[in-house]
Design a protein. Structure first.
Length: 374
């Protein structure tokens, strides 16, 4: 931690250390929207670091995540309890940069406290619910063997808490910036915001399938595995690359559907809001390029190396996106030219209302019960 940096400069300097991808698209924003989304992303990274801690017991993760949810919702509680929470986080393991951010959570909160209230009010419920949702899924973690999500519904529910909420938060922040947007565009944004987040998250799950499996947790639904004639043990060992490829392709098909919705979300942003459009284009195009790399790539399933698009591809996206940002025609053409695989055409439609009904049946409040066993 550099004590010579003020809190905002610290946050700006830290962002590319914890996420090079999001540092690229957040940097195109300006003003309070830039400050708000950068701060919100660092909050998301903080709770994600707790969730991803490989050596931390699920019970400890749940306690830290629920306490963070209270910290961001209750400013009075934060004044008396934030330093204690940071101290408790010393048991969290992870990368050097993520842990350094975790230890500097107070600096992020100080920047957050300078944001206009209307921006804070879009961030608080989403980040708070994200932390509680992560805690809920930690109750499903098993200490022995590979833990999997049960089915496609549970995959959507998990992705909602860690990414769909982010999509909703971004939508709400954008609408603060775009008060004169027409009702049709507003309706499209609200109906596709969750899918925007799910598309990016499922892309990450797809590219990390082998890495996640090796650390004892898999976001691939158990039903995807057993419906393909495999046991969890066979999937964990990776002994049948052909069957694993079928599973990956099924996930990519669903992911592509969400990315199509993300394009609708992006195109609903009026052209005059150039920087907001560009903010959405950059990660969306990178996600589509990642899906293109993963599609039918059997060799990637036999390697623990992280799947990444090439630097040349990233540079091409960064160079071309500003040129076509204002044209719906060229954006559509560019988007659909990335992935022309027949197998991934006509992806399933996402049923947002069905997801919302299921989420309403999940009682996160029970997680505050200290008698909960994991």
């Amino acid at each position: 931690m550099n004590p010579d940096l003020d809190d905002w400069d610290y946050c700006v300097a830290t962002l590319p250390k914890v996420s090079r991808t999001f540092a690229l698209n957040i940097s195109v924003l300006r003003g309070q929207l830039h400050r708000s989304i950068l701060t919100a992303y660092l909050f998301c990274r903080i709770v994600d670091t707790v969730e991803d801690a490989a050596e931390l017991e699920a019970r400890n993760k749940i306690d830290l995540l629920l306490d963070f949810s209270r910290l961001i919702k209750d400013s009075q509680y934060r004044k008396t309890s934030l330093e204690d929470w940071i101290e408790k986080c010393r048991v969290v393991d992870g990368s050097v940069n993520d842990l350094e951010l975790l230890s500097s959570t107070a600096r992020v909160f100080r920047v957050f406290d300078t944001l206009p209230e209307v921006y804070q009010n879009q961030i608080i419920p989403s980040v708070s619910e994200m932390a509680r949702g992560m805690a809920y899924f930690q109750t499903k973690f098993e200490s022995e063997g590979v833990t999997c999500l049960e089915n496609q519904n549970e995959l959507e529910e998990y992705c909602y808490f860690v990414a769909g909420l982010v999509g909703e938060m971004l939508c709400n922040l954008f609408l603060v910036e775009m008060p004169s947007i027409d009702e049709e565009s507003k309706t499209i944004l609200k109906s596709t915001a969750v899918s925007f987040g799910l598309g990016l998250q499922m892309t990450n799950i797809s590219k990390d399938m082998v890495v996640d499996r090796s650390r004892g947790w898999s976001y691939i639904p158990k039903s995807f595995i057993t419906d393909n004639g495999m046991t969890l043990e066979e999937f964990s060992s990776g002994e049948s690359l052909d069957r694993c490829l079928v599973i990956l392709e099924k996930l990519l098909h669903k992911t592509t559907g969400h990315l199509h919705d993300a394009l609708k979300f992006t195109l609903a942003i009026p052209r005059r809001h150039y920087s907001i459009r560009l903010f959405c284009i950059l990660p969306l195009w990178m996600a589509m390029e990642t899906v293109a790399v993963l599609h039918n790539n059997r060799a990637l399933l036999s390697s623990d190396d992280p799947v990444k698009i090439s630097r040349q591809t990233v540079r091409r996206i960064m160079r071309r996106s500003p040129l076509i940002c204002g044209s719906n025609f060229f954006l559509k053409q560019s988007f659909f030219n990335i992935l022309q695989a027949d197998e991934l055409k006509n992806p399933p439609e996402f049923d947002l209302e069905h997801l919302k009904k299921r989420l309403n049946q999940i009682s996160l409040d029970t997680l505050t019960d200290n008698s909960l066993t994991v």
